[in-house]
Design a protein around this ligand. Sequence first.
Ligand SMILES: NC(=O)C1=CN([C@@H]2O[C@H](COP(=O)(O)OP(=O)(O)OC[C@H]3O[C@@H](n4cnc5c(N)ncnc54)[C@H](O)[C@@H]3O)[C@@H](O)[C@H]2O)C=CC1
Ligand SMILES: O=C1[C@@H](O)[C@H](O)[C@@H](O)[C@H](O)[C@H]1O
Length: 339
Amino acid sequence: MTEQGTLRVAVIGTGRMGADHVRRINDVISGARVTAVVDVDGERAKSVAGSVDDCTAFTDPAAAMASPDVDAVLIASPGPAHEETLLEAFRHDLPVLCEKPLTPDSASALRVLQAEQRLGHRRVQVGFMRRYDKEYMQLKQLLANGDLGRPLLLHCRHRNASVLPYFTDQMLINDSVVHEMDCTRWLLEQEITAVTVVRPTPSANAPEGLSDPQLVLFETDGGAVVDVEIFATCGFGYQVQAEAVCENGTARIGDAHGLMTNTAGGWGGEIAPDFVARFEEAYDREVQHWVDATRRGEVHGPSTWDGYAAAAVCEAGVRAQAEGRRVEVEMIERPALYG
Ligand SMILES: NC(=O)C1=CN([C@@H]2O[C@H](COP(=O)(O)OP(=O)(O)OC[C@H]3O[C@@H](n4cnc5c(N)ncnc54)[C@H](O)[C@@H]3O)[C@@H](O)[C@H]2O)C=CC1
Ligand SMILES: O=C1[C@@H](O)[C@H](O)[C@@H](O)[C@H](O)[C@H]1O
């Protein structure tokens, strides 16, 4: 850290999320600044570094992590690149905020989990930003205080206006529904034990080869059932909603009850265009939380264990999707480090 206690961060991957986090660290939150950016696309790294004072561009994550000007790492490269970067960060014992998914499959997530255990202390906060969203935090508090009784069902909707052409059926699970996997575990404080996927005839608006939408069902070890509609090409905007049905009542979030208008014989509100707009405050709170904890020498928030558990559920989900049957989740016991 600098003499003033400012955390010097390397942002690895400067695409949509990485560039947004660079802006957030430098212009929105306090206590940190970006001193290095890394992208395998060197021109992109240079262009992002050029927009920031005293920031060096790298194409190799290991070189940035070896720099004396780096105290912590924010990983925003694509999921398959996370394992190698996380292991390198552990070699330097650097604190990490790693965008979701921790890694795309449970074998690689387990390797990361084991490496962190060998280190002997937690180093990673995983970027499950919904845990920092105001409405999700309210729902979490309500369920935790017990007034509604035991949660029986959780109905979730996850709709994106559109996705990039390379999006696959597996990514509906690994890239999108992974958020509901984490929310389910966090909100209900239960593990997901089995996954089933059913699909209607795909929307005519879905790109060739993408079976969109899909309905993903989780069963939990606390006896709850969770249904997730994932509709990645709904066209009209970005909607993330959740309704908990409990023994003594229900609670619902994500209706965007902000500005409501009455015009031309109708009434209505706005729908966010994308996740960057819908979860802007949550991303800000998430990164501020990470910087504050790191400056105190602490690690909080979604852990490597949470990343591993989500990866294990994803793996069951991808198999359930491919094989058209209910698949049980296979997970190791929770290690003491994450107790
Ligand atoms: N929390 C959230 O709501 C969201 C999280 N994400 C996550 O953020 C991460 C990045 O996603 P996007 O920004 O949408 O992707 P993107 O494709 O826009 O950007 C990724 C960047 O990483 C670079 N890159 C690829 N391999 C690399 C490596 N080994 N080292 C350094 N840079 C590398 C690419 O050249 C590209 O510039 C993913 O893990 C994704 O799942 C993405 C969207 C929303
Ligand atoms: O993480 C995200 C994207 O990668 C994913 O593609 C979207 O479906 C999610 O809503 C967004 O939060």
